[in-house]
Design a protein around this ligand. Structure first.
Ligand SMILES: *Cc1c(COP(=O)(O)O)cnc(C)c1O
Length: 562
């Protein structure tokens, strides 16, 4: 019997998606009727799929047409720094600054207050911007800033004849007793989003695996004599909750700090597949107590020139670490979840929600996505750091900043409006109610799917909005737009999993429908282990012979959902 015979509810996807042929553009364009027909077909398809959309962490409850549609007729752009004036008059920087101030408050960042000369009163005052891409841009930007901050570079102003000054980079040389002082090493867990490893490659920041394998091949402190792990192991491996193994992380960081390297650390807050929270607060306080202070990474001096009069060295004091929090999903709702837990509205016995934000003094930057939880209809997000960690001339008032402070040039000015609109429409109490409801439905989903007949291996990490289970048939994956991922087993094989994400639009009725459909089908047999590995390897290097795990790890798209 095929799945079609079994009648998966009434509602397999019924509307057709417009095809390449529908979208074909003849040289004369399309007449209005044909053009509108294609658009109507597209909208009918979206309208059919959206109500059952379960697999990805994107909120589908938008309701934007009425208030936002008219802004589509303006070509608006936030080019440049959000805190500096611009000649581009069609902008939304004021809304952007308001959104940034909101997240700064939520994440306990130091406010931006100015003295009578226009300088920031607190060097740790927040700085950030609304991203044009999602958290991938924020991760790239954070790691770029981390690299330049840790590799001994300083941005200087050289006075010129018109008195404005020319910007230039100064690079300190490593002290003779530590050749590694300006060679940062990156650490991230095996549950990390692929944008992080991609950014590290783009930026040429080596990981501990690469530096360890090349410089210290026999010194792996986790498994003496064995090859280095490619990523920091997550707690209990692929079957675990998805948060980083704190002891192993500390052991690895300690090794490279002892060798004199500065440290770039990415931590996850709401990991992509399992929605897991790395224990940012514990990791940071342990690193300071056990590693950073011991090896002088808590404070170090970076030289950027000599005083022309006295000849004395000019030095900037910096940390020898950068701790970035990838909060693509979790950083938008966790502040409200934290309050809900304090008020006893959500409770996971035995679990705690770790603190992650600027209350943790070691945290250097945070990123979150606007299109995941808060319901922006396209990729966007927030990047935030402290002003004194930005690359800017050390003697300049912080408010001057550097002239081109963001990742791109032109920046999406519609996204800040969408974010502002969401925050203005949802009081903090409404946001708290929203996350309480999502937690309740996620708990309901885990309990409901767990009693579906068959060994679906249903699991949910505490306080996560994600519920994972064995990957069902293609029909069900398609019907609910489920995300699928092969997870590595302890024995090196892979098992296919799917997940759903309980975003604000997901109801208990939708979970019931999925459970009813799963009850109609069998748990698929495990697939032939090496099939997809070999296929991807042969795609990379043109041979299908030996699975090349090192290359796979660099590519990583094979085990990432989103
Ligand atoms: C989705 C995701 C990203 C990438 O975010 P985009 O907004 O898709 O660029 C980064 N990190 C994590 C943990 C994610 O889940």
């Amino acid at each position: 019997m095929t799945i079609a015979d079994k009648s998966l509810g009434d509602a397999l996807v019924t509307a057709d998606q417009p095809t390449d042929e529908d979208f074909t553009l003849p040289s004369g364009g399309l007449d209005d009727a044909s053009r509108k027909e294609v658009l109507a077909k597209l909208e009918a398809y979206y309208a059919d799929v959206q109500p059952r959309f379960l697999g990805y962490q994107t909120n589908q409850e938008l309701d934007l047409r009425q208030d936002m549609a008219s802004f589509l007729n303006y070509n608006i752009n936030n080019v440049g720094d959000p805190f500096r004036p611009s000649h581009y008059t069609l902008d939304s920087r004021a809304a952007e600054r308001s959104v940034l101030a909101y997240y700064a408050r939520l994440w306990h960042a130091k406010p931006r207050e100015h003295d009578e000369h226009g300088g920031l009163t607190d060097p740790e005052a927040y700085w950030g911007y609304v991203l044009t891409m999602g958290s991938s841009e924020g991760n790239n930007y954070a790691l770029w800033n981390a690299r330049d901050y840790l590799s001994g570079k300083t941005l200087m102003v050289e006075p010129d004849e018109n008195g404005t000054g020319t910007l230039m980079w100064v690079q300190d040389t490593a002290p003779v007793d530590n050749q590694n002082a300006y060679s940062p090493v990156a650490f991230y867990s095996q549950d990390t989003h692929y944008s992080v490893s991609k950014a590290l490659r783009v930026l040429n920041i080596p990981t501990f695996y690469e530096v360890g394998t090349k410089m210290y091949p026999h010194a792996n402190p986790l498994n003496p004599g064995q090859p280095w792990d490619m990523e920091v192991p997550s707690q209990d491996g692929a079957d675990g909750p998805g948060s980083v193994d704190v002891d192993k992380l500390i052991t690895l960081v300690d090794f490279f700090a002892k060798m004199g390297h500065p440290v770039v650390l990415n931590l996850n807050y709401g990991s992509t597949f399992k929605g897991a929270y790395d224990d940012v607060a514990t990791i940071c306080s342990r690193l300071t107590a056990e590693v950073f202070t011991k090896y002088g990474l808590d404070k170090r001096k970076v030289r950027y020139g000599r005083d022309p009069e006295t000849g004395a060295e000019l030095v900037d004091e910096r940390t020898g670490y950068w701790i970035h929090v990838d909060g693509a999903l979790g950083a938008t709702y966790a502040p409200f979840l934290e309050r809900a837990i304090e008020q006893g509205l959500v409770d996971e016995p035995g679990a705690t929600l770790p603190a992650f934000d600027f209350r943790v003094p070691e945290v250097s930057s945070i990123v979150t996505s606007g299109h995941k939880y808060p319901g922006a209809p396209w990729p966007c997000g927030i990047f935030m750091t402290k002003s004194n960690l930005q690359m800017q001339p050390p003697t300049q008032p912080a408010v001057i900043g550097s002239p081109d402070t963001t990742f791109g040039g032109s920046r999406n000015a519609f996204s800040p409006l969408i974010m502002w609109n969401f925050l203005a429409r949802h009081s903090e109490q409404a946001q708290l109610d929203m996350v309480v409801r999502a937690q309740r439905v996620a708990d309901y989903a885990a309990r409901t799917l767990a009693v579906v007949p068959g060994d679906w291996q249903v699991a949910r990490t505490p306080y996560s909005l994600s519920v994972r289970f064995r990957q069902p048939s293609d029909e069900i994956v398609h019907k609910y737009s489920l995300a699928t991922v092969p997870l590595r087993d302890a024995d090196g094989g892979h098992t296919d999993y799917a997940h759903l994400y309980v975003m604000p639009h997901v109801t208990e009725e939708l979970i019931d429908e999925l459970a009813a459909d799963l009850a109609l089908v069998e748990v698929p047999a495990p697939r032939d282990e090496n099939q997809s590995i070999t296929a991807i390897t042969s795609y990379i290097d043109g041979t299908a012979d030996t699975p090349d795990i090192a290359r796979l790890a660099l590519v990583r798209t094979w085990n990432q959902a989103f």
